[in-house]
Structure formats: C-alpha cells, structure tokens
Design a protein around this ligand. Structure first.
Ligand code: ATP
Ligand code: MG
Length: 238
C-alpha cells in the first residue's frame, strides 16, 4: 500500500519557487496496477521518484508498506530502494561495462548474497524474461526489447513488493512494447507485485486497473477506466 499525503516538491529557481508537485494526495492499494499519465513536465517522474525514495518531498509524507520514507536516514532509504522497489526506466539504465548476469545480480551482490544463490536467482530470472543463455552478453549486444527485459529481471532480483516503471515502453516498437506490458501484467497478477507505471501511451495505460492524470504538478483525475475501482481492488486483494 502506497500513501502519498499532501506532498509538494518545490525547486527554488531564480524566477521563484517552482512546484513540480503541488499538494498531491494519492493512494495505491497492494497489488494494484496504476498508470500515471499527463503532459511532459507535469510531474510524473517526480512523483515516481518520491514514491521510490530516490528523492524526498519538500513537504507532505509518503508511506510505502507501512514505512514512512521521511523518517528514514540515507542508509535506510538505500536499503528500502534496494529491497522493496524495482525500478524500470525508459532508457533501461543498464551498466554498459557489466554483463547481463552482473547487471541482474547488482542488488544481490550489494546485499552480500552468496555466489551460488546469485547464480540460481540470475538463471531463474533470465528464464522468466525469456533470455536464457544471454548471461554473458553485454547490454550493447542486445536489442532494446531484450535490454528492457534485463532491466525487469534486475528490478525483480530482490523480490520487490513494488515496481515503479517510468515510460518502460517509450523506446520500444509496438511488438516489444506489448511484450513488456504483458510481462508487467503477469508480474502484477501472478506475483501480486504492485505496479505504478508512467506512460504517454493511452493503449499502454489500458493494462492498468486505474489511471491517474497529473497536470502542472496536480492530480486532476484519479479513477479507473470505467467499472468500479473499489471492486477491482477488492477482487485483487481477495
Ligand atoms: N532538479 C530540478 N530542478 C528544477 N526543476 C526541476 C528539476 N527536476 C524537475 N524539474 C521540473 O519539474 C517539472 C516536473 O518534471 P518531471 O520530470 O516530473 O516531469 P514529467 O511529467 O516526468 O515529464 P516527461 O513526460 O517529459 O518525462 C518539470 O517542469 C521540470 O522541469
Ligand atoms: Mg518523466
């Protein structure tokens, strides 16, 4: 469960204070799949970064699975990101000098997992994202769709309860984009991972249970795409 309460993110510019987010309040239930839409510069990535503990709000509070992010120190926040959240970005953000296997294993290594455990997790994840045999390849040797699947495998390594995806299909063609959306949908439905996905693409947003629209740092619409949101959430949680 994610609870964003009266959150603002303010940047001090020469021209004065700029509100990237203004008094934003949203809740996302456990196991929900939410799409965040809105024009460029409206605050979508800012919201995602705050939920994921990559950045702190100027005011307001954010709670994820009962953890109040404002109350964590730097070290605890790093641990929160590493263990609770899987991040997926538009440009994949794989480390180019590391192999696919090493990229996937990053968080496990940082958390001092044993070598055998790392190996078995990496093999399982490679098979989950249909990239068997690519362990020793470098990111530059893979297609965009394959790189994004490595990024998803990396995001899953620590068994996060939450996936935060910022335009995960933004750099992909239709077919690869659909594959990624399907994968996210399966993770949401079968593994019960909560997914919050920023997208510009109305079709991509259709995989979500609910669409939140942000404009100029303010949530302007928060509802599902017809039907009863509460029933959807309740069914999912049952
Ligand atoms: N470090 C910063 N300093 C000043 N302004 C910033 C900073 N980071 C973001 N902003 C501003 O905050 C606003 C929201 O940015 P954000 O990246 O959240 O937009 P977005 O909705 O994700 O846009 P896009 O769809 O283009 O990715 C923008 O106007 C941006 O210029
Ligand atoms: Mg953005």
């Amino acid at each position: 469960m994610i609870s964003v309460s009266d959150v603002s993110k303010v940047y001090a510019l020469e021209s004065g204070d700029f509100f990237a987010l203004k008094n934003t309040t949203i809740q996302v239930g456990k196991g929900e799949f939410v799409a965040i839409m809105g024009p460029s510069g409206s605050g979508k990535s800012t919201l995602l970064q705050l939920i994921g503990g990559l950045d702190l709000p100027t005011s307001g509070t954010i709670e994820v699975d009962g953890i109040e992010l404002n109350k964590l120190n730097e070290k605890q926040r790093t641990l929160f990101r590493r263990t609770k959240v899987g991040f997926i970005f538009q440009n994949y953000q794989l480390l180019p000098m590391m192999t696919v296997g090493e990229n996937i294993a990053l968080a496990l290594s940082a958390n001092h997992a044993k070598k055998e455990e790392i190996n078995s997790v990496v093999q399982k994840l490679l098979s989950d994202v249909n990239l068997q045999g690519k362990e020793s390849a470098f990111p530059s040797q893979l297609s965009g769709g394959q790189q994004q699947r490595v990024a998803i495998a990396r995001a899953l390594a620590m068994k996060p309860s939450l996936i935060l995806a910022d335009e995960p299909t933004g750099n992909l063609d239709q077919k690869n984009g659909e594959d990624i959306l399907k994968l996210l949908s399966v993770l949401n439905k079968e593994e019960k991972i909560t997914v919050v996905m920023v997208t510009h693409d109305h079709q991509a947003a259709q995989v979500a249970d609910r669409i939140i629209v942000v404009r100029d740092g303010v949530v302007v619409t928060d509802g599902n795409k017809g039907g009863n949101r509460h029933e959807t959430v309740a069914n999912r949680m049952a």
